[in-house]
Design a protein around this ligand. Structure first.
Ligand code: NAP
Length: 242
């Protein structure tokens, strides 16, 4: 899609979302960012400049998304990066945090898709964030990875259901250095800075492919892992068990 004018980045207050907001602003778009933390959103917008704006909206609360959309839409492109993460072994997991992850990541993305589809210009783009973690379930991935696998399925189903009015896309990042991955206590192969990830996403969304997955040197080994006979896949992932 050429000449994107109005872009809404949900989860634009930090990490990949904030870097994407900057990339779109630099590309000439008028950017709205949203999230739950007004102070963090204001800080990002003060860097983006006066043409850009923010709205406080929680993806768990569809009405807050509707209010933001009504105030600033319709949009050419809506991207939702909003997600939370709490890594660690399943038997030590906090039940409430696990439930919050499912609701924020999966229900939240579904809420954005429903509100977003009604607040895009005809043929506008709706980009959902999956993850390389969705390609094959790895030890300690659990609910976070499961929500991301759910988002892959959601994006696939919406792609056909909503066309041609909505151009649904799926973003599949590998490791990116943000506060989310700062929680990991293992070495993250081929990790990217958020600015580099944002450039790949911007370029991908200007292109035609449904899925924007990067970096390839991480994505392809994971795809092979998922394709292998399962006893071999599990023998390989067993090595990642801590
Ligand atoms: N970093 C990686 O290596 C990596 C890899 C694969 C996929 N991803 C995906 O990339 C996306 C961005 O992650 P990131 O690394 O940039 O994380 P991040 O820095 O923690 O950013 C997450 C954003 O989501 C917002 N958010 C969280 N819960 C929300 C809610 N209930 N309602 C509205 N906004 C909410 C946060 O803002 P508030 O807290 O202020 O609301 C923040 O702006 C996520 O979907 C993540 O799963 C990341």
């Amino acid at each position: 899609m050429a000449n994107i004018q109005k872009v809404w980045i949900i989860g634009g207050s930090s990490g990949i979302g904030a870097a994407l907001a900057q990339a779109y602003a630099d590309d000439g778009a008028e950017v709205t960012i949203s999230g739950r933390n007004a102070e963090a959103l204001e800080k990002v917008v003060s860097i983006l400049g006066p043409r850009h704006s923010f709205a406080v909206a929680d993806v768990v609360d569809p009405q807050s998304l509707e209010d933001a959309a009504r105030a600033r839409g319709p949009f050419d492109c809506i991207i939702t990066t909003a997600a939370i993460y709490d890594p660690g072994p399943v038997l030590a997991a906090d039940q409430k945090k696990a439930e919050d992850i499912i609701v924020a990541n999966l229900t939240g993305t579904y809420n954005v898709a429903r509100v977003g589809a009604k607040n895009l210009k005809p043929g506008g783009q709706l980009a959902l964030f999956g993850s390389a973690a969705a390609i094959f379930g790895l030890p300690n991935g659990q609910v976070y990875s499961a929500t991301k696998a759910g988002i892959v399925n959601l994006a696939q189903s919406l792609r056909v259901e909503l066309e041609p009015n909505v151009d649904v896309r799926l973003i599949t990042p590998g490791f990116v250095r943000t506060r989310l991955t700062d929680q990991n206590n293992f070495e993250m192969p081929f990790i990217l800075e958020p600015e580099a990830a944002a450039q790949r996403i911007l370029k991908g969304l200007k292109g035609k492919h449904f899925e924007i997955a990067f970096p390839r040197r991480l994505i392809w080994p994971l795809r092979v892992l998922a394709w292998l006979p399962k006893p071999i896949s599990f023998a390989l992932t067993k090595r990642l068990k801590q």
